[in-house]
Write a protein that binds this ligand. Structure first.
Ligand code: C2E
Ligand code: CA
Ligand code: CA
Ligand code: CA
Length: 279
């Protein structure tokens, strides 16, 4: 770990070198992945509560590595950010998500929204607006069909500059969702100024949701805050009926989680949503 490394530099040096070599290999692979189109998007549904319809999907990045198999974003987003590769990778994600949403739109799912995660590095990129506008135009997607998810800590960093960027995104007509909410210490004053449409309650607060727990109190407070500020509140990481019932009881607007739907390849997503619609 980083902490151990700081306290015992000499002891950890050999493994740090091994790690550097390891990172170089991953970096090389990551470059190749872009060229050879090894990235995929999977889609996780968002459902409105208490038992409403599908609101749309969040696009989540996967890497189909020829030898390592399917690699999750937690294993390579950090490296992609440090190396700057997140810029072209992120542009690909936006383009592909817009292409997919346009396909669903032509199939009649015009009220769905597609949510795309933005890294802090993309968020700080001066070309972000062009990239977003370009993806929408290429796929003739109405801006209101797209939601950009930015973590609370990204939105909180350099608050005045962030507010400006968020306002420009909002001016495009694209929705803004504040991800991992509750972990970034936003002030109420800042939240009030934020041109956001949605807050996503971090999974960490959802895990231990039962009456009387501290997390239950925090979640009810966030839901009440959302109502006051006119923001849609989405709970992420909902895995149990009990969590779902609690969220519905406090008036949370929507949820995402393994209980109702895992991230799925696009064909399976569409098929699953169609089956749920029938029943
Ligand atoms: P996130 O945006 O907070 O996404 C939610 C993560 O929680 C996803 O992990 C999702 O698969 C997982 N999840 C959903 N429901 C449940 C549940 O009920 N229980 C549990 N335990 N987990 C659940 P995933 O796909 O591994 O993504 C991890 C993170 O990687 C994301 O966190 C996001 O920060 C980042 N990420 C994913 N795709 C992209 C992307 O295209 N661009 C950028 N910049 N970051 C991405
Ligand atoms: Ca997200
Ligand atoms: Ca999240
Ligand atoms: Ca997260």
């Amino acid at each position: 770990t980083k902490r151990a490394g700081r306290n015992g530099y000499n002891f950890f040096e050999p493994s740090m070198n091994a790690n550097a070599h390891h990172q170089l290999q991953w970096l090389q692979d990551l470059r190749v992945a872009l060229e050879r189109k090894q990235f995929r998007l999977v889609y996780q549904p968002k459902f409105s509560l208490p038992d409403g319809p599908v609101l749309g999907a969040e696009a989540l990045l996967r890497w189909q590595h020829p030898e390592r198999g399917l690699v999750g974003p937690d294993e390579f987003i950090g490296l992609a950010e440090r190396s700057g590769l997140i810029i072209p990778i992120g542009a690909w994600v936006l383009d592909e998500a817009c292409r997919q949403m346009h396909e669903w739109l032509t199939l009649g799912y015009a009220d769905w929204k597609i949510a795309v995660n933005l890294s802090a590095v993309q968020f700080a990129d001066p070309h972000l607006l062009e990239v977003v506008r370009g993806a929408l135009e290429r796929h003739q997607l109405p801006p209101q069909s797209l939601t950009l998810e930015v973590t609370e800590s990204t939105a909180m960093h350099d608050t005045e500059a962030s507010l400006l960027t968020l306002q420009k995104i909002a001016d495009l007509g694209v929705e803004i969702s504040i991800d991992d909410f509750g972990t970034g210490y936003s002030s109420l004053l800042y939240l009030k100024r934020l041109p956001a449409n949605e807050l996503k309650i971090d999974r960490g607060f959802v895990r231990d949701l039962s009456d009387g727990t501290e997390d239950a109190a925090i979640v009810s407070a966030i839901v009440a805050l959302g109502r006051t500020l006119n923001l849609r509140i989405v709970a992420e990481g909902v895995e149990t009926e009990r969590q779902q019932q609690f969220l519905a009881s406090v008036g949370c607007d929507a949820l995402q989680g393994y209980l109702r739907g895992r991230p799925m390849a696009p064909d399976l997503f569409l098929q699953t949503m169609r089956e749920q619609h029938k029943s």
